[in-house]
Design a protein around this ligand. Sequence first.
Ligand SMILES: C[S@@+](CC[C@H](N)C(=O)[O-])C[C@H]1O[C@@H](n2cnc3c(N)ncnc32)[C@H](O)[C@@H]1O
Length: 230
Amino acid sequence: MIKTFKTGKWTFGKNVYKEFNSHIEKSIPSYLKTQKLISELSTYFLREDSICYDIGFSTGTLLVKINNLNLEKKINFIGIEPELNMLKSFKRSKEFKKITLINKVVENIKMKKSDYIISHYTLQFIRQNLRLKILKKIYNSLNPGGGFVLFEKVYANNSRFEKIFSDMLVDFKSKNNFSEKEIINKNKAIRGILEPLTTRQNIINLKKAGFKNNQIIHQDINFIGILSIK
Ligand SMILES: C[S@@+](CC[C@H](N)C(=O)[O-])C[C@H]1O[C@@H](n2cnc3c(N)ncnc32)[C@H](O)[C@@H]1O
């Protein structure tokens, strides 16, 4: 299990990369299923010479899956990840050379014209006052017809639903062998670091950024996915 962090001190740096894959699979309901969904959706948007961005590349598992479904096309994959240790843990396979890794936060990069952009549980870790600017940058980067996939932890519409979601998430984590202490510690560690919005607020932001076509493609407890097409 990932070591305990103090309140509000969660980080993806240090040695977190070592246990990242197993930790996230057990912490987010349907995590592997949604990676599969995002990979399958990519085939609708990626074509010869497309650029595909993964914002919050982490250990690279998602782009590897997307690459495997698009092997016959020449695609320029770009992984954005501020934590150097995460990038170092990425093992380039022979068939997966066409990837550029950018060791920066997304807010500090210029994005090229692209056809498919993913934020799979990353935007939630970025300060709320920066999110709209980032969404506008994503919108401007996409070619017309390009797809943006946004997955986020969300707050429910009211406190009654939020109580149910919170309880269900604790049950999910307990079933995955997290102890009560680990669950409480993680909740404290991500205070002020992971800041969810409601589904509605996310869609409002997508619209403000320019996206008129937004479709919810996934929900499992309080984790949702939206596909937006430019
Ligand atoms: C929950 S993980 C993403 C999981 C990954 N997309 C997947 O499918 O396995 C969030 C990642 O976003 C990265 N991150 C945090 N802030 C970021 C930022 N401002 N720009 C880009 N990436 C960021 C973190 O370092 C971390 O690796």
